[in-house]
Design a protein. Structure first.
Ligand code: ADP
Ligand code: MG
Lengths: 83, 231, 733, 83
């Protein structure tokens, strides 16, 4: 079966995120009350897998492979079957 | 005494590194990243560039290249390994050096000359320098901000693993000599054993007077001397 | 009949008289796909309909020329069996729509033109034009375009060694992005876009997607509001794949696996294959089913119009097909035969086993050309003829220099060029900011090439013909002052709508100016690019001829840079000390006026001044030289103080307006510094050349001091430097 | 009240995603059955807002500002009250 997986990879909380700061500056300059803006990456992919549990396991493994544990954390965000 | 210069898809300082190695009289051979053995090579250089386009993160995808298992084996055996710029990023991503290299605080690629202080000259890469010597070397990177957890950083300093630090070339320029926001002004480190070096500046761009500075020559001359001792 | 055709004509925007011509050449009505092939091939961008008759006038011959205009790039020989291929290319409209990707794909595109000649790209330059630097739109474009250029050039590993940036309100809606690439090849490995009979035609590189559909046609249309809807799918560049394609292609050439090479640029498969067929005097049959596709369900029309990046056409030598495929497989790239050559000169497209289009190659390749009547814009004429004699002298001449140095067109470009890797390849001997032209050495020889791209839009706006002459004069001068002999140039012609009398006038005058300067300076044009329709309802860009010059240094050791480096050296000016205020940067910055005639230009004097400075450098008498350009003498002197922070004291004894003396502009002027030991020899040679010159003063101290008959002006170099260094930093931190 | 907003910004479907392609190549090389990998950006931020509806409106507006309409699409992914 085909699953759609979303992996979020973000900087660990304590680490300086200059990009987030820059975006925050822009947003605040436009009058928005956004704070603590953090910028991360999102990966979307299709996965061929016999079961949802297996798809989740695979996605988690890939997330672990792709994120750098020194400064990043990951979440396997969503997993839904594809039509 | 051949030195392997690894070519990842997207490496672009591979020829320059080979040129610099040959400049000091070392033999250099370009090795495509799918190679599965590095027999006969005394040392390895991971050159600068944009391996795998630097997609995802600089150096992140290159660590999966087949040749990396061999690079790891040589590093563990104690052979000298140098990662320059993108090569440094690959070494940290692969866990051969501690820490990580994040986006420069100014958020953009920066190509210019910086000041660098040699913190120790008892490594195979720095014997040709005096300790505390100030060097002028070019940098060219967008992700060079050295980061490590506080404990890791402390350990690095305790074991004197920091080899190069950004430094002011002249007292007048003292304000913003750190070009990327690296913690502790770190520009280059070695592993605990001292045989794996990673540095963001480009010594291979600084071996000929015609190109502005020869301050990078020491890295290659040191390596040559170190390899001769072994041989 | 009429009713069924009209919708198609409307859809494609092909004018009825051109349609009639198409029918005549085909001998029948074209189908929709065929009509689109004509639409893109007969677009201004591909066909030079309005410029071709003019471009024919440009001198193209020279002793060094190996390949003139007409191929993917021009090629000149530089000795010892080496040659360089180079060309400039515009990507103005894509950059206006999506600055980062527009600029990035512009760089990628010109790189593939150079590869197509069999050359390894060794240097990039760019020439950028923006509107009012204070506006958010300009800043957005500036940041995006600079980062797009950096993104592609840095990642593919070709140093960006030079360029220029200029701000002028008339570019507000329509920025210009022209990229130049220079490649190195062995003269005997020159490749052309050719195929012989019975050969398969290979497609190599990225897969085809729906990128930039209609791009080439789009590039030739004015940017108007209702273009929004027609806006093409944006082309995204992939420098990573570009690098693999570059290495694969060059390796195929080195191993002599291919007889013909052609990049897929604007109008993708359509123009690359039909032009290759036409140049070879053959036909090509293309089987669309074999084209590597990124998306499912692409129609023949979409495949033919796609401008997906990072694709090349390769024609293997007999028996080398398998080796070629294996080579590209190693790089993980598609490399498949998509067609083959035919004896009859037609471009045939097959899909699903059926012929879906078949057009005579000549009909596609030789679009009708137009010669029009030009007429000068009376407003421009009035501006040029404005009387400037009553201009008040500024009360405080001291204030002027820091202000001029901080002007957007004169301030430091470091915030731009620091974002470009200008050293990868370890050949860049003179880096940006250190000299008027970049110097790139040729490893394994004692030689080097010098590169510079230049254009002065203010001169060109006020006097298009003279402005174009100035552009070539200044670009060659910049190459000469580092010690190199200009060999040839490439020109990027960026103008307005040629279908209007003003637009055509400006285009035509610009070309005629280049023709004249080319002839007098003895520098042929070997390649170029034309970007027209850079105008909209409320604006028209100044005619902008970006001239990219390549020069040769026979002896790399004998070269010059622009910074004063030795206290005590004498400062000598070749040329007169006073300049003119018409069309000057001074007039614009201090008076807010863009008016008057640009300074007159004596091309014989220009050629002599350049020959003289080259000789002084070749003799080893001077290592420091700089031309006097926008901002005049005072600005040029300040610029020479910046690289090493070394000051100078200079005496200007001439009477006359102090502002014209200090800040007035005039061509053919060059400053250099020389030690006492060589001073006599140097000025003796200048006399031999019959050139006016003045010994102005000496290098030294931390101040720049200018002594005028009744005035002493002095600034600390660091204060001037600060004024000069900060303005662009605020936009590009 | 404080809300936590997550904005996903991704490339439009037809647009080439070189980054996704490179990641996909590596994942497949490692034996994962991932397909059509696309890489986007995720922005996390805190928002001060009187109501959830208003926070959502604001986040959507910001997403619109930050995404490049020529080549990107955005989703305001999650919105939850902060402790
Ligand atoms: N867009 C650019 N890209 C790279 N280098 C640039 C760019 N613009 C300016 N430079 C470099 O900055 C320096 C100064 O540029 P500029 O002021 O335009 O010179 P000039 O007055 O001689 O035309 C030169 O070394 C030039 O090559
Ligand atoms: Mg100049």
């Amino acid at each position: 079966m085909k699953y759609q997986a979303t992996i979020l990879i973000e900087l660990k909380p304590g680490i300086l995120d200059p990009q987030g700061r820059a975006v925050e500056g822009v947003l605040q300059g436009l009058g928005y009350r956004a704070q603590n803006v953090r910028v991360g990456r999102v990966l979307e992919m299709e996965l061929e897998s016999p079961s949802e549990a297996e798809a989740h396991r695979q996605a988690t493994e890939m997330a672990k492979t792709l994120a750098n544990p020194v400064m990043e954390v990951y979440t396997v965000e969503a997993l839904k079957e594809r039509a | 005494m051949k030195v392997a210069v690894i070519q990842f898809p997207g490496s672009n300082c591979d020829q320059d590194a080979a040129w610099a190695l040959k400049w000091v009289g070392l033999e250099a051979e370009l090795i495509w990243h799918t190679a599965t053995h590095l027999e006969g090579f005394a040392a390895v250089v991971l050159p600068g560039g944009f391996s795998y386009g630097d997609y995802l993160r600089a150096g992140a995808l290159a660590k999966f290249s087949p040749v990396m298992a061999e690079v790891r084996r040589l590093a563990e055996r104690g052979n000298p390994v140098i990662g320059i710029c993108n090569g440094f990023q690959v070494l940290t991503e692969a866990g051969l050096l501690p820490g990580a290299l994040l986006a420069n605080t100014n958020l953009h690629f920066t190509c210019k000359e910086v000041g660098l202080r040699v913190e120790r000259n008892d490594t195979p890469f720095t014997q040709a320098y005096r300790p505390g010597e100030l060097l002028r070397l070019p940098i060219a990177h967008g992700e060079g901000r050295y980061y490590a957890d506080p404990e890791v950083l402390e350990g690095l300093e305790e074991r004197r693993q920091v080899v190069f630090r950004y430094a002011a070339l002249t007292p007048a320029a003292s304000a913003d000599y750190n070009p990327n926001g690296s913690l502790n002004d770190i520009a280059g480190i070695v592993n605990a054993r001292g045989n794996v070096l990673g540095l963001m500046p480009h010594p291979e761009r600084a071996v000929e007077a015609a190109l502005g500075t020869t301050d990078g020559l020491g890295v290659f001359e040191s390596l040559k001397a170190a390899l001769e001792v072994v041989a | 009949m009429e009713e069924t055709l009209n919708p198609l004509l409307q859809e494609t925007g092909i004018p009825p008289q051109e349609y009639a011509e198409i029918v005549r050449r085909m001998g029948r009505e074209p189908n929709r796909l065929e009509l689109y092939l004509f639409k893109v091939m007969w677009s201004e961008h591909c066909a030079y309909k309005n410029s071709r008759p003019l471009l024919k006038l440009l001198p193209k011959e020279g002793p060094a020329v190996l390949q003139g205009p007409g191929e993917n790039a021009g090629v000149v020989e530089i000795g010892e069996g080496w040659a360089v291929a180079f060309k400039i290319e515009s990507h103005n409209h894509p950059s206006a729509v999506e600055p980062v990707q527009g600029a990035a794909t512009g760089v990628g595109g010109i790189i593939r033109d150079i590869m197509a000649m069999g050359a390894r790209p060794i240097a990039l330059l760019n020439s950028l034009r923006f509107g009012d630097p204070q506006t958010p739109r300009t800043q957005y474009l500036e940041r995006g375009i600079v980062s797009g250029i950096a993104h592609y050039g840095n990642a593919i590993g070709i140093p960006t060694v030079g360029g220029e940036v200029y701000f002028h309100p008339d570019y507000q809606e329509n920025p210009l992005v022209n990229a130049m690439c220079v490649g190195l090849l062995r003269s005997d490995e020159l490749k052309r876009s050719l195929a012989s009979l019975g050969r398969p035609v290979y497609y190599a590189g990225a897969k085809t997607g729906r990128d930039g559909i209609g791009g080439a046609a789009f590039a030739s249309e004015e940017l108007t509001e209702d273009n929004e809807a027609k806006r093409p799918n944006v082309q995204v560049g992939d420098p990573f794949l570009g690098k693999l394609l570059l290495e694969g292609t060059l390796e195929a050439i080195r191993q002599d696996l291919v007889e013909g090479v052609q990049d897929m640029g604007a109008a993708g498969l359509t123009s690359s294959l039909s032009e290759m067929a036409h140049k070879s005097g053959l036909g090509i049959e293309l089987d669309l089913d074999r084209v590597p596709q990124r998306e499912a369900g692409m129609t023949p029309l979409e495949l033919m119009l796609s401008e997906s990046q990072e694709r090349m056409v390769l024609v293997p030598r007999p028996g080398k097909e398998a080796a070629l495929e294996a080579l590209f497989a190693r790089y993980g790239l598609d490399c498949v035969a998509v067609g083959h050559t035919l004896p009859q000169a037609v471009f045939r497209i097959v899909a699903g086993g059926q012929t879906v289009a078949e057009v005579p190659t000549q009909a596609l390749a030789e679009a009708p050309t137009y010669v029009r009547e030009g007429q000068e814009d009376p407003q421009v004429q009035a501006l040029r003829q404005r009387d400037l004699s009553g201009l008040p002298l500024p009360g405080d001449l001291h204030r002027v220099l820091p202000r001029l140095l901080a002007s957007p067109n004169l301030c430091s470009r470091a915030p731009v060029f620091e974002r470009y890797d200008h050293q990868v390849g370890t050949n860049t001997v003179l880096v940006p900011g250190k000299g008027d032209a970049a110097i790139v050495r040729i490893k394994g020889t004692g030689r080097a090439i010098a590169l510079k791209v230049d254009a002065n839009p203010r001169y060109s706006k006020l006097a298009p013909r003279l402005g174009a002459m100035h552009a070539l004069a200044e670009a060659t001068r910049n190459v000469s002052v580092v010690g190199a002999r200009p060999l040839a140039y490439t020109d990027g012609l960026n103008c307005g709508n040629p279908e209007t009398p003003e637009g055509y006038f400006e285009l035509s005058e610009t070309v005629h100016g280049l023709v004249e300067a080319s002839r007098e300076l003895g520098v042929p044009c070997v390649s170029g690019n034309v970007s027209l329709y850079n105008e909209g309802p409320s604006y028209r860009i100044p005619p902008t001829a970006m001239v990219g010059v390549v020069g040769l240094l026979d002896n790399l050791e004998r070269r010059a840079q622009m910074g004063f480096s030795k206290a005590g050296e004498f400062i000598v000016l070749i040329g007169e000390s006073w300049g003119e205020l018409g069309a000057s940067e001074y007039l614009w910055v201090m008076e807010g006026q863009e008016a008057g005639a640009p300074p007159s230009l004596d091309l014989k004097r220009e050629a002599t001044a350049q020959a003289a400075i080259r000789e002084l450098i070749a003799q080893g008498w001077t290592q420091t030289a700089h031309d006097v350009a926008e901002g005049g003498l005072a600005v040029a002197l300040a610029e020479m103080c910046f690289p090493y922070g070394l000051g100078a004291t200079v005496e200007l004894r001439d009477l006359g307006r102090a502002d014209a003396l200090l800040y007035g502009e005039a061509p053919s002027r060059i400053l250099f510094s020389v030690s006492q030991a060589h001073l006599q020899a140097a000025v003796g040679r200048l006399e031999g050349f019959g050139l006016p010159y003045r010994i102005l003063g000496q290098v030294g101290g931390e101040e720049l001091t200018l002594l005028l008959p009744k005035l002493r002006l002095s600034w600390s170099v660091s204060e001037l430097r600060r004024a000069w260094a900060t303005p662009l930093r605020e936009v590009l931190p």
